[in-house]
Structure formats: C-alpha cells, structure tokens
Ligand binder design. Sequence first.
Ligand SMILES: [Zn+2]
Length: 245
Amino acid sequence: MSFAEIRSLLYPTQCVACGAGNVEICPRCESGLVSFRNEVTLHQLPLYSALYYNETSSHLILAAKESNDRACARYLASLMAMRFSRIHRDLSLDRYLLIPIPSSRKADRRRGFAHTVVLSKLLAHEVERSIGLSCRVLPLLAPTRAIADQSRLTAQQRQRNIYGAFTAQSRVRSDRRGAEGIIVVDDLVTTGSTMGEALRALKVASYEPDALLSACVAGRFLANKIGTSLPALRGTAKKEELWPC
Ligand SMILES: [Zn+2]
C-alpha cells in the first residue's frame, strides 16, 4: 500500500470524486450522484443498491476498482451500509454474511487485490460500526474459467457467456446460533446475468441468499426492469436519503 493510500485511509480530507479539499464529497460531485431507492427484484430476490450508475458514480467505481482508491471504496461502502439498514429492516435477522461476486483471476492479478472482497469488508466494518449489526465476509465464489468481456454483449449473450463461470465452496454446517442473512455483493449490476450465475453456483453449494446488494445499478437494467430511464430520476444522493423511509 502506498503512502497516498494509507494517508487517504487515515485522513480522508479530499472529495472522493474530484479531489477538492476538506470534504468527503464536494457539493458539485454529490449533486451528480443519484440515490437508488426503488424496490426491484432480480432472480426472485430483492435487489438493493446505493446509486444509479452515471458519469459521477462510474468515476467512483472505476477509481475504487482500477486505481485502488480506498477513499472511494470506503465512500461507496458507507452508502451501501445506508442501504443495509433497509435490508435489515426487511429481513430482521440476527447477523449477516456477505458473499462478494468475484472478478476474473486475471483482473485480480492485474489490480493486486480482489476489488469486491475489499468493498465487502469495508461494508461489513461500516455495517457493524454504524448500525451495530454482526456482519462477516466469506469469499466463497471463485471463477472457473476466463470470462470474455461482457461490455458489448446483449443480456442474452451475457447469460450464455457467463453460464458455469463460477463455482462456490460447499456449505458447511454452522454451529452458530440464530438466523444469518446471506447477501450477495457486487459493485455494479448491469443486466443481472452475473448475479444470476453467482446464485446458480451458490445454490449448487447449498446456499440460499436472502438479498442482493450493489453499489450501483445501471440504467439499462432498470429500463428492462421497471421501464424507468435515468433522466426521469435526477436528484441528489445525500447520505441521509439512503436511510429507510
Ligand atoms: Zn468533488
């Protein structure tokens, strides 16, 4: 970890999106973020997300993922933790298990870290700290093969491209008492095909997730899902807006 990364971890004094001074996120960048508060289901499970995917949120996702910007990752995790309070209100379980969606091995090697595992750990920490819920992360999913770039594929092509791409460690009988909610975590839901493959692999391993959580949801997914386009949903994603209403 570089000095800049350690410093940003300890002293987050710059806007996570543009670097303006002495604020976690400046008003200009904050006004570019749009909270996601819709109730949608994906593969018969509730999908919770913090933000719509747009120019500003894509910048945060890319900085966290490709530049190892921990201040960005921590900011996204804090927004996701706000949504987690809604998950807890809906599920009311004793504790939670987060299962991150893996990137390809090649991407992990190039970045030097597993992005969604880092994001999930920051999220679990924030959920414990701010909501007081017990939350652990288990990276149970692993890629079985290389996955061709999905960005130019249609939803149907993505589904075919990713089928069988994940495997999950089989469930071992837990000796913990009380109910544990299982939440599958990703940074971005685009068409839902990756979530679908993760759920398939988890089912084979005897896991039955309760909900899905992402940092961002893409408009393309929403257009198919609820017939709502992004321009109709403009607004500011203030943190307090993400608390359950
Ligand atoms: Zn800014």
